[in-house]
Ligand binder design. Structure first.
Ligand code: HEM
Length: 219
């Protein structure tokens, strides 16, 4: 199908190649979860979530939850997941409470080092510089014990996916419009065809720990 027929913006398009590592997520999932936190009573909920695509290099995500006993609606959220070829992933999520999350992949968190010496090269560290010879961008060059060290922080993702293990780990870079929440992590995993996730949060009073765990099956 070429998607040329029908209303503008509709039609069936092939999955964009950049989504290939995450196609196992596409579809509708339904299941149950448990919530808790040191400051609240624990609770159980039902949930349905969908991952869809339109042929663009992005997955649309939406989720709604309800009280298991009564079916009364609870929290809902939606957003966009943008996987990148390097195994990182950019995710934005807007929650029904007004809170917004950005899990970005542009955090500098690891460092590669190359050290040269007349006797060879090494990649471990001989310690911090006494005197930096040269700084350019986030890189620096210095000498320790007759070894010349070049240190270059490498781009490492905060949000990552592992297509083989079917695990996606998200770490908030930004939590906005929230009075209490300071940080959110989310881990999604598919094992034996079942999607499970853990959402952790840190608030102004409580350090990072689980708020939600859920198990869903594909419809
Ligand atoms: C409570 C955040 C998802 C149900 C809370 C609290 C926060 C919070 C900050 C108050 C904790 C406190 O007072 O110390 C979040 C965030 C979520 C999320 C950041 C997603 C990343 C959900 C979902 C549900 C839910 C999906 C339902 C299925 C509740 C309930 C409470 C609560 C029932 C306790 C009662 C209340 O304060 O309204 N949540 N929540 N939350 N959350 Fe969530």
């Amino acid at each position: 199908m070429d998607g040329k027929n029908g209303a503008p913006g509709t039609g069936t398009f092939p999955v964009h190649p950049s989504l290939a590592p995450l196609t196992y997520l596409l579809g509708t999932w339904k299941g149950e979860g448990e919530g808790g936190f040191p400051t609240i009573n624990s609770f159980k909920y039902g949930e349905q979530l969908t991952f869809t695509h339109s042929g663009k290099p992005v997955i649309a995500y939406s989720q709604k939850t309800w009280k298991l006993a009564s079916g009364e609606p609870m929290h809902a959220e939606s957003g966009y997941w943008r996987p990148k070829p390097d195994g990182s992933i950019d995710v934005v999520i807007a929650q029904s409470t007004g809170l917004v999350e950005v899990q970005s992949s542009s955090e500098l968190s690891s460092t590669s080092r190359i050290m040269t010496h007349p006797k060879g090269t090494r990649t471990d560290s001989l310690g911090l510089p006494d005197e930096i010879w040269l700084s350019f961008g986030t890189s620096r060059l210095w000498k320790t014990d007759n070894w010349i060290q070049l240190e270059t922080p490498t781009q490492e993702s905060k949000g990552t996916y592992d297509a083989e293990k079917k695990v996606v780990r998200l770490q908030s870079e930004l939590v906005g419009n929230a009075s209490k929440v300071k940080e959110i992590t989310r881990t999604f995993e598919v094992v034996n065809g079942e999607l499970s996730y853990v959402v952790q949060m840190a608030t102004n009073l409580v350090s990072l720990q689980p708020h939600l765990k859920a198990w869903l099956k594909k419809l």
